[in-house]
Design a protein around this ligand. Sequence first.
Ligand code: C5P
Length: 285
Amino acid sequence: MHVETGVLEMPAYAKINITLDVLGLRSDGYHDVEMIMQSVDLHDIVRVQRRKDDAIVLHSDTPGVPLDERNLMVRAASLLRREAGGESGVDLTLGKRIPIAAGLAGGSADAAATLHLLNRLWSLEWPLSRLMDLGARLGSDVPFCLQGGTALASGRGERIEAVQSLAGLTVLLVKPPFGVSTPEIYKGFDRLENKPLRQASRRLLERQSQDGLFALFHNDLQEVTAGLYPEVGELIERIAGMGGRGVMTGSGPTVMGLFTDSAEMQRARELFARQYPETYVVRTI
Ligand code: C5P
């Protein structure tokens, strides 16, 4: 974070799902999950700045980003201010780089950064655990984004436990030119006849070494999203044809390309980038 007079800013990192196991539908409409979540260096920039009045105003450099209460950053600022009993206004500025509705938790990362920054700007000094409790009220991925790194997420995704770091991996990300709705994908999962019960997260945590790590990446929602959006399945197959392994992140549609050979990854990147402008090579952090 960097301090000027009344201005703070920080990067808001995207996440990938190394695993995503859906354990079952709950009575509140959410699903119990187990996920190994991982921050990557692809990031937005979030800035907060004091205002003289009491308004909460969001500015963004990207068309298509809602600037009102639909935006999780605005909701995060309102909620924190209400819970802290404050009245100060703030300008929020978002430099958007993470693709939207992509399975990369971009909106949640922006909300998490907003909470961290306002906690400092308003000198609240709330501990991380308290910010995470508040973040869970904004969205299931916000607590992970507040903590970052490598974590096992459970419950509906809001219960976070740090696990051995998986920093330093290089991953190709290819986002097809459409977004998906997370509730739609979870509903599709409920309709699956043969639900997977793979417990990929547990198996990955029990591994003895990093060898064969890419083979343990798994996502229970992939079949649902690929069924609704064939381009996702095609991407996964094309990555396999290029020597890698394709696995979807979150509820999609972004597909991760996992390559042990970096020359093969670079070739895949060049090829996909011609067709998909939202192609990235990222590092886990
Ligand atoms: O928590 P969040 O607001 O991000 O979730 C969006 C929607 O995704 C929920 O309303 C629910 O339909 C679905 N969801 C779910 N189970 C989860 C997380 C999200 O069914 N663990």
